[in-house]
Design a protein around this ligand. Sequence first.
Ligand SMILES: [Zn+2]
Length: 469
Amino acid sequence: MAKKVMVIPANPTGISKVAKKNGRKTRVAAYCRVSTDNDQLGSFENQLEYFRNMIDERDDWELAGLFSDEGISGTGTKHRSGFMDMIQACEDGRVDLVITKSVSRFARNTADCLLFSRRLKNLGIPIIFEKEGLNTMDASGELLFTVLSSLAQEESRNISENTAWGIRSKFQQGIAHLNTTSILGYDKGEDGSLVINEEQAVVVRRIYRDFMDGWTVSEISRRLNVEGVPGVHGVAKWYPSTIESVIRNEKHVGDLLMQKTYTSDFLTKRQIANNGKLEQYFIRDDHPAIIPRDEWDAAQLELERREAFRLRHGLRVTGSSIDDPFYSRVFCEACGGKLIRHYWKGCNGAFWKCKNAEKRKGHICQAANVRESTLHSAVVAAWNEIVDSRQDRLTGWEEALETGNALQRHRARLMIAVTAEGPLDTEVPELTRMFLEEVIVHGREELEVHFLDGSRVRVSFEDGAAEVA
Ligand SMILES: [Zn+2]
């Protein structure tokens, strides 16, 4: 299956696209090369026919020649007359563009591939490698040169082995060998491709699920450490940053982002971190996914939402987390401050107080101070109001399923499913964690509950009984 490489443009970019020939048609030469052994790309004649049709179909292209070599297994120097004729036609100025099926079908080894694609590039003639979606004149060509030079190094180390055409399988596998760090949930197959490691994939799925259920990354890491769940290196050593990088990793949805680093000089082969100077390359559906795309997309949006929430409320990046679904989710209407839980023995239950009320000097805020039981009752009353008005709200959720982004769809699906189960008698931490965005405390007996699907319910208490508005 052919993989499409998408180029993520650098900023600023300095590499131009294929030069437009003024007025006249682009003269296109096709080159194909068929090995006698284990040919997957169809017969020789089929390939020629394929390219002839492709060129005919374009109004702005004309055929400058079909060049081919047959029966080549890779190492020999014979049977390359078609290839050399094609190079000659290019050097004679009879060709504007070369198309070929794949990198592995172009030249007999990486050194030749580098040499001739560079030579044509210097003549201003792009080569398009159809299967890999690469064009030597645009940014994707730099990827090709990067990979080729890294493979050329490999080949020179293993000169005794028949590695002349090792590039074939590697390119077909999507160049996964470029990034060799371990990835939770995957092993590297014999050919360098990513293969799911089921034992670790269970942990990956759990991390995404816990995250979407409302656990913070620090809570997730702590729980995995407590349970002794082994990570990618076989030991239970989880940090909040580990969890976040698992959630952000595009490999879990089957994609591959390349050129996180690049070779600055093809002679010294120095690797430099790519912080936007060069394009990055993105292959969608490169390997089997552990997390379905919709769920992965929703998790990325949820990361963004939490970051926006953190900034809006001026919360710290990491704080101690206390497995309490109300932690960092209750705020003072008067000053915007976070409410903090207080509990003393002998006191009649815990209560939550605005953090700004804690300051001894100034007494910035005395507005918000609420019993924990009131907080719990408010969330239950608000939830039950949502359940009661379910019929009216269904339209909105169904619309979100149709037109919303992945996160809105996720929320709508959950609301439709869980509100169908009827009202609550008491606060359920799992549900609070999953559905509550925040509680805004207007006063001791007046609170506004915001749910993550966007629903808001105001609850006031009169003589201990909750009233929703
Ligand atoms: Zn306050």
